[in-house]
Ligand binder design. Structure first.
Ligand code: UD1
Length: 418
């Protein structure tokens, strides 16, 4: 299993391009199941989760072509299997995204109960409740969710809590349902809007995506389309924090500052200089960092997927900050590893109290989930000495060539393969 070795202490400087968003790519790939015509997607990141989704589509019967620029064409005209097996689903929770499209177009789906990140129980009850309200019959048999429906019908649904993939799954299912579906308390994440834009290009009739109320008028069929995936705001935020943390000066291109308002505001509050231009963000440190308090929240709030990285930044700031996790239980697995590097963090339920100013010292650490592993890389960049991170397969699920991009910015970082 690969490891990453980081020797800390070098400020990051230079320019790097941001990749397409993982969390927009996965639902867009699943959307290809809604039509028998080819869907062409570009700006796809080269990630393990994307490969897993392509494998899943392939075993359903999709024909997949990848061009030299990593554009992907998916042709779902010959779907012969509506089962998503345990072996694939267990490595990626977002596999549940094929459920809505399969039910809507093929009338049945059999999905292994998902696994994925070890950050709490992460149920899919809201996905299933919504599909049931649209007329699907759902049963749970031997670890598999089985769904059946002749044709889904439109429904008015109010989510108990904001769920990103839940909103996406039901939005996709509703595209081919009979009549109108209204999703209330829907997720407003930019990735939901990106999916709606893709679906509308395919002939769907979706209004209100990006707000809390989404209205979908079902159509008989969808057609092929071309769509470029939006930039990854979590990758952008991770590199912004890395630049601030190492006292560097980094310019990120191919991104979109308008979808990073909360992280940019927090970094400025911490004393970081952030300059926004169309498609570009420049981040530099100008003076000492100040500890900040923050609370994760659904978009447009501060993203839970940047919580672990921000915790490292606060640990290297002046003063004490509190970080409150409101989206996922158990999403502080990185804290014990960061403590091993010398960070002064006390956990009180879902609140981490971070005392800044202490020096981080390199040590062997273990990645536990995707974003937690990014925080360990960042801590390694800021630490004195060597940090050896094991189980980096977590990081490959969501970051494209992280060590190469960091190396291009001057970091002393290497992947050790064995
Ligand atoms: C998505 C993102 C993930 C991000 C998360 C929150 C993708 C592929 N992944 O995950 O990176 O961290 O949003 O921004 O887009 N919940 C239920 N029942 C459900 C569904 C969710 O109780 O049926 C709960 C979850 O346990 C969690 C909260 O709702 O506490 C939000 O989860 P959700 O938005 O669904 O996360 P994902 O869509 O899985």
């Amino acid at each position: 299993m690969d490891k990453i070795l980081v020797r800390g202490g070098r400020p990051l400087t230079g320019t790097i391009p941001i990749s397409g968003a993982k969390n927009a790519t996965l639902p867009a790939l699943a959307a290809s199941l809604l039509t028998d015509q080819p869907l062409r997607l570009s700006n796809i990141p080269h990630l393990r989760d994307v490969t897993t989704m392509l494998e899943l589509l392939g075993q359903h019967g999709a024909a997949i072509t990848i061009d030299e620029k990593l554009g992907v064409e998916i042709d779902c005209s010959r779907i012969h299997n509506t089962k998503a097996p345990y072996d694939l689903v267990r490595t990626m929770r977002a596999s549940i995204l094929v459920m809505g499209p399969l039910l809507a177009r093929h009338g049945r789906a059999e999905i292994s109960l998902p696994g994925g990140c070890a950050i709490g129980t992460r149920p899919v009850n809201l996905h299933l409740r919504g599909l049931e309200a649209m007329g699907a019959e759902i049963t749970l048999e031997q670890g598999y969710i089985k769904g059946q429906a002749k044709r889904l019908r439109g429904a008015r649904l109010v989510f108990d809590l904001v769920t990103v993939t839940g909103t996406e799954n039901l939005m996709m299912a509703a595209c081919l349902a009979d009549g109108r579906t209204v999703l209330e308390n829907a997720a407003c994440e930019p990735e939901v809007l990106d999916l709606a834009n893709c679906l509308n290009k395919m002939g769907a009739r979706i209004k209100g995506a990006g707000t809390g109320t989404i209205t979908i008028d079902g159509v008989e069929e969808l057609r092929g389309a071309e769509h470029a995936i939006l930039p990854d705001r979590i990758e952008t935020g991770t590199f912004m924090i890395a630049a601030a943390l190492t006292g560097g000066d980094v310019t990120l291109t191919h991104t979109d500052p308008s979808i990073l308002k909360a992280p940019i505001a927090k970094l400025r509050q911490a004393g970081v200089v952030v300059e926004e231009k169309k498609g570009t963000i420049r981040v530099r440190k100008n003076g000492p960092l100040r500890a900040v308090d923050l609370q994760t929240a659904p978009y447009p709030g501060f993203p839970t997927d940047l919580q672990a990285q921000m915790l490292v930044l606060v640990s290297q700031s002046e003063g004490t900050g509190t970080i409150t996790e409101t989206i996922f239980e158990n999403r502080f697995m990185h804290v014990s590893e960061l403590q091993r590097l010398g960070a002064d963090i006390t956990l009180q339920g879902n609140v981490a109290v971070v005392k800044g100013g202490g020096e981080l010292r390199g040590a062997p650490v273990m990645a536990t989930d995707l974003r937690a592993s990014a925080s360990l890389v960042l801590a390694g960049l800021a630490a004195r000495g060597e940090t050896l991170i094991s189980r980096v397969y977590h990081i490959d699920r969501g970051y494209e060539r992280i060590e190469e991009k960091l190396m291009a910015l001057g970091a002393d970082i290497h992947r050790l393969s064995n």
